[in-house]
Design a protein around this ligand. Structure first.
Ligand code: FE2
Length: 236
């Protein structure tokens, strides 16, 4: 089998692993150049993810098993996953995690003095359909302080992970909301140096995706590779 040849990104789309304004990258970023290992059969034929395990309920973060409803502004977040040639990427496992409406994660390391919501775990997943489309129902997350520097607040965001057909094919990014006043102050947003690339991390308000008297709608399309790629924390 001839391995696929992919166009490499031009170096401006994805943030550098060392972004000193984002303080923890100073310790986290590798200090030496990476060694590229060729993928063998083990990496290329990993487990098939999702089928038969992912249920429709996994894509609705607003209702907990047992029926309790989460607090906050209900939103629909949807979009298409496409490759560098605009082709839809079907059967991709899309996972999301986020803070609740008050800006608090259900996580032992989150010490933010904001209330937890007993009906909101902040995690969800779904598979893209044949046209590459995914859809979640969730709660608009709150901004939260993160201690990177004095009075540091993250803009409201939803973390996204996308899997291909194997564990080695995983991409991670963050989705933001339009016109957030915190964009200019956030070192993570600004670790993506190109303004057009930064805009590709921002969802668009989508009237067609709203649900009358029930939820607002946002569209977040994701491009996996190429010059129009969505910036990723993990490199394609
Ligand atoms: Fe976050």
């Amino acid at each position: 089998m001839t391995p696929a040849v992919y166009r490499r990104d031009d170096g401006t789309v994805h943030p550098p692993l060392l972004s000193p304004g984002y303080r923890s990258t100073i310790l986290r970023a590798p200090s030496q150049a990476p060694v590229l290992l060729p993928h063998t059969l083990t990496e290329l034929t990993g487990p098939v993810l999702g089928e038969g395990r992912v249920t429709a309920a996994d894509a609705d973060l607003t209702v907990r098993a047992g029926g309790g409803e989460a607090q906050g502004q209900r939103i629909v977040v949807h979009g298409r996953v496409r490759d560098e040639n605009g082709r839809p990427v079907p059967n991709s496992l899309v996972e999301v995690w986020q803070a609740n409406a008050a800006g608090r994660y259900l996580h032992k390391w989150d010490r933010h003095d904001a209330p937890l919501d007993p009906n909101f775990t902040g995690v969800g997943r779904c598979l893209t359909d044949a046209s590459g489309h995914y859809r979640f129902v969730t709660i608009k997350p709150g901004a939260y302080p993160w201690g990177n520097h004095a009075n540091a607040w993250r803009p409201a965001h939803i973390h996204f992970s996308l899997f291909g057909r194997a564990f080695t094919q995983r991409l991670v990014t963050q989705m933001y909301f339009p016109d957030d006043p915190l964009f200019g102050y956030d070192p993570i947003v600004n670790s993506v140096r190109d303004e057009r690339a930064r805009q590709r991390m921002v969802a668009a308000f989508d009237l067609a995706a709203t649900v009358d008297e029930w939820a607002l709608g946002f569209r977040f399309d994701i491009v996996l590779r190429g010059t129009e790629a969505t910036p990723m924390e993990t490199r394609p």
